[in-house]
Structure formats: structure tokens, C-alpha cells
Design a protein around this ligand. Structure first.
Ligand SMILES: Cc1ncc(COP(=O)(O)O)c(C=O)c1O
Length: 419
């Protein structure tokens, strides 16, 4: 988290007022109030974001960068304004460094297919942590197979905290890339990415931060953490599905070959060849996701109005309360840091006797939505000697009474299974 040059927010953080902005929270599930605790998978959308989509299609819809007519110019302007908002939100030095992608996964694949393809050779190594999402494992494994490079894992202790004694030997002179999650989507651990950036830079490596679970929840300043690349998805931060961001350092992006080829990413095409467009368009082939860029801008506005320090504080308080309540249950074990100040608003847990899928199904009957399974981090979940875990994850609209509903729901389910 940065010292923060970022906005402190202009709106009072009032959970009741916030909840009123989310139409879906009025829904009943099996006749019960919806308690939505699956925010690490995707968050709900406020009416401001939904309206930006309908406004776009009702008032502006046109293709970008190609037209001289009013609608096309308005679409182009809105698309670029949204990029500028994202750049400001993460304190990127320039908006051309913000590339629109489909999601975090595509952002990571883009770096693997371009920067890593050009810079990683046989005998080099790529360092990731043992707590990565599949999206930050599989692209590197594939690249390593192809290039004859090595994948190395930074280990963590039982509490899910990275082992730094180990880190300084794992990252060495053959390390070309360190690619780490800022916050684990299973353990909730917040990794000290600035410290890892220092270790990476000391050996001349580049650091990529998977910020899918951090940018939505805490102030993230790419300059303060000294990242080289940063990836995140709009759908985990109130925005629509189908759009994400890759931020990269200008000099790296400029040297990288394109990811996809086609319209908009070229400056000039002849029958013999083509010249690439300037940043960021070099990486945005074809008609982009214009409507969802507008809506991402609206999501960024919503969070900026609340202030990311306030978002983070709310989640820290709620997580501390939830940890206390969940840990007070006899048959439940929480994965990851037991000290809530070392984690974000994600709590994965296993019950001694109830399978997570049974627990998730029983909670759904009570209107409570949690995640169950391997959370796209199979090696990590298996390292705890379990095949699946239940996960509750929080966001700006969640309340203490929803945590109470979860804990009561677990107790009720125990009663049912032990009957
Ligand atoms: C830490 C982390 N990285 C990457 C991803 C992949 O995000 P997406 O599915 O939006 O590409 C997720 C999604 O849950 C995640 O939690």
C-alpha cells in the first residue's frame, strides 16, 4: 500500500447509503435476504456503473479512433477519459501505459507472450510464489517449457506469510522475472511487493504484480511499490466483466512486440509489411470493449469518491470482526494469517466434518453466497492437505450483521449435519 498521493474520497463512507446503490442487494435468494460474500470472485455493480452502460448504448455508441462524426468522437473521448481515470487511480505516470485487456488473465498472458517471450531464454528462471492463482502460474509454466527456463517458487510459512530468508536465495542472477500476487485470493495474505521489487531489481529482473485482489480493495500506487507491470480486472472492483488492465513501465512497453495483430494496432500497412502504432494502441488490436471501458471509468469514480483509504479501513474492520467470529467456532480452521491485520478481506476456511460444497449449498439455502472449491489455486489448496475450502470475501457493502449471518449459518448447518 502506498503512502498515498491518491484521493482521500469526497463521500462519507456510509454502508447503508452504499448498499442502496446496489440493486441486486434487494434480491431474495430462497426467500431470504441476499448476503453476498463472494466478492473475490466478482463484485456486484452499483447503479452508477449500470447506468453508464445504458447511457453509453443509448446516447454514444459508435466505434472509436476511426470516425470524424460526433458519436465516434464522443466514444473515443470517453474511452480515453476512462483510461486516464484508471491511470490516476493507480498513480501511473502516463495514461499511455494503461492497456485495456479482457481481464487479469489476459494481462498476464500478454506479458508472457511478448516481454517474456523476447527476454527469457534457456537457463533463466521465473520466480513466483507458492500462493498464486492459476492465471499467474500456467502462463509461466508454458513459457518455461517452451524456452527451457525454470520456474521457482517463493515459499511461505504455515501462516501464509512469505519466507524472506528463502527469497534472497531463490531470486538470483538468472532471474528474469518475479511475478507475484499482491494479495492472495485464498489466504488473504498481503505480500510486501515493494520489498520483492527491490530484490528483483537488485538482480536486474522485472517485477509483475498480480493486483486482481489488491487494486479493488486498497490504495495501490505503482510508483510507490516500484512495479514494472501490474494486472487487474474491472469486474472485481464494481466494474463490468470482459475488461481488465495491464499497466506497464513505458520503456518496457515500448520495446515489447505486439500481442495481437489487426486493426488499430498499426500505423501503416503495405502489401509487404506493417509498422506498429504508438502506445497504448500497439496492444489493442481490433474494436475494443468501449462500453465496458466507460463503465470501468464509472467504477473508478465510485471508488475514488469513497476514497480507497476508507474502503481499505472498512474491510480491515470487517475482516477483524469476521476472523474473531469464525475462529470462535470449534470445528473450523482458517487458512492463512491468523492475525487479521496481515490480511485482506478474504477468509478461506475448512470445517472438520462438513465438506465445503455441502456447507456452500446449505448456506445458499439461507441466502448466503460464499465460494467453495480450489479457488483456481489448486497447488496451494492441496498444500494444506485439503481438496477444497470454503471462502467468504468482503467488499464495501458488507456489514457486521452479514458476518453474523454467515457464522450463524455455519452453526445451523452443523446442527443439520449432526442431527
Ligand atoms: C489473485 C488473482 N489473480 C488472477 C485472477 C484472475 O482474474 P480474471 O479471472 O478476472 O482474469 C484472480 C481471479 O480470481 C485472482 O484472484
Amino acid at each position: 500500500m502506498s503512502e498515498s498521493t491518491l484521493s482521500a474520497g469526497t463521500r462519507v463512507f456510509d454502508p447503508d447509503a452504499i448498499r442502496a446503490d446496489f440493486p441486486i442487494l434487494q434480491r431474495k435468494i430462497h426467500g431470504q435476504e441476499l448476503v453476498y460474500l463472494d466478492n473475490a470472485a466478482t463484485t456486484q455493480k452499483p447503479k452508477q456503473v449500470i447506468k453508464s452502460l445504458t447511457d453509453y448504448y443509448e446516447q454514444t455508441n459508435a466505434n472509436v479512433h476511426r470516425g470524424v462524426h460526433t458519436l465516434s468522437m464522443e466514444a473515443t473521448n470517453g474511452y480515453e477519459v476512462a483510461r486516464t481515470k484508471v491511470a490516476k487511480f493507480i498513480n501511473a505516470p502516463r495514461s499511455e501505459e494503461v492497456i485495456w485487456t479482457r481481464n487479469t488473465s489476459e494481462s498476464l498472458n500478454l506479458v508472457a507472450a511478448t516481454w517474456a517471450e523476447a527476454n527469457i531464454s534457456e537457463g533463466d528462471n521465473i520466480v513466483i510464489t507458492a500462493m498464486e492463482h492459476h492465471s499467474n502460474i500456467v502462463p509461466w509454466q508454458q513459457l518455461a517449457f517452451k524456452k527451457g527456463a525454470e520456474i521457482r517458487y517463493l515459499s511461505h510459512n504455515d501462516d501464509g506469510v512469505i519466507n524472506f530468508v528463502d527469497a534472497s536465495s531463490v531470486i538470483d542472477s538468472r532471474t528474469k522475472l518475479v511475478s507475484v500476487t499482491h494479495m492472495s485470493n485464498v489466504l488473504g495474505t498481503i505480500n510486501p511487493v515493494a520489498k520483492l521489487a527491490e530484490l528483483a531489481h537488485d538482480v536486474g529482473a522485472v517485477i509483475l504484480v498480480d493486483a486482481a485482489q489488491s487494486v479493488p480493495h486498497m490504495p495501490v500506487d505503482v510508483q510507490a511499490i516500484d512495479a514494472d507491470f501490474l494486472a487487474f480486472s474491472a469486474h472485481k472492483m464494481l466494474g463490468p466483466t470482459g475488461i481488465g488492465v495491464l499497466w506497464g513501465r513505458l520503456d518496457l512497453l515500448e520495446e515489447m512486440p505486439p500481442y495481437m495483430f489487426g486493426g488499430d494496432m498499426i500505423l501503416e500497412v503495405t502489401y509487404e509489411g506493417a509498422k506498429w502504432n504508438d502506445l497504448p494502441y500497439k496492444f489493442e488490436a481490433g474494436t475494443p470493449n468501449i462500453a465496458d471501458a466507460f463503465a470501468t471509468g464509472a467504477a473508478v469514480d465510485y471508488l475514488s469518491d469513497l476514497g480507497m483509504e476508507n474502503v481499505w479501513q472498512h474491510e480491515q474492520e470487517l475482516t477483524a470482526y469476521a476472523m474473531e467470529q469464525i475462529l470462535s467456532l470449534d470445528n473450523v480452521k482458517v487458512l492463512g494469517p491468523q492475525d487479521s491485520s496481515q490480511r485482506g478481506g478474504v477468509i478461506s476456511f475448512v470445517h472438520d466434518t462438513i465438506h465445503p460444497h455441502d456447507l456452500g449449498t446449505a448456506l445458499d439455502q439461507q441466502g448466503i453466497a460464499i465460494r467453495t472449491g480450489h479457488h483456481c489455486a489448486m497447488p496451494l489448496v492441496r498444500s494444506y492437505d485439503v481438496v477444497a475450502a470454503a471462502r467468504a470475501s468482503f467488499y464495501i457493502y458488507n456489514t457486521r450483521s452479514e458476518v453474523d449471518a454467515l457464522v450463524n449459518g455455519i452453526s445451523e448447518t452443523e446442527g443439520y449435519f449432526n442431527r
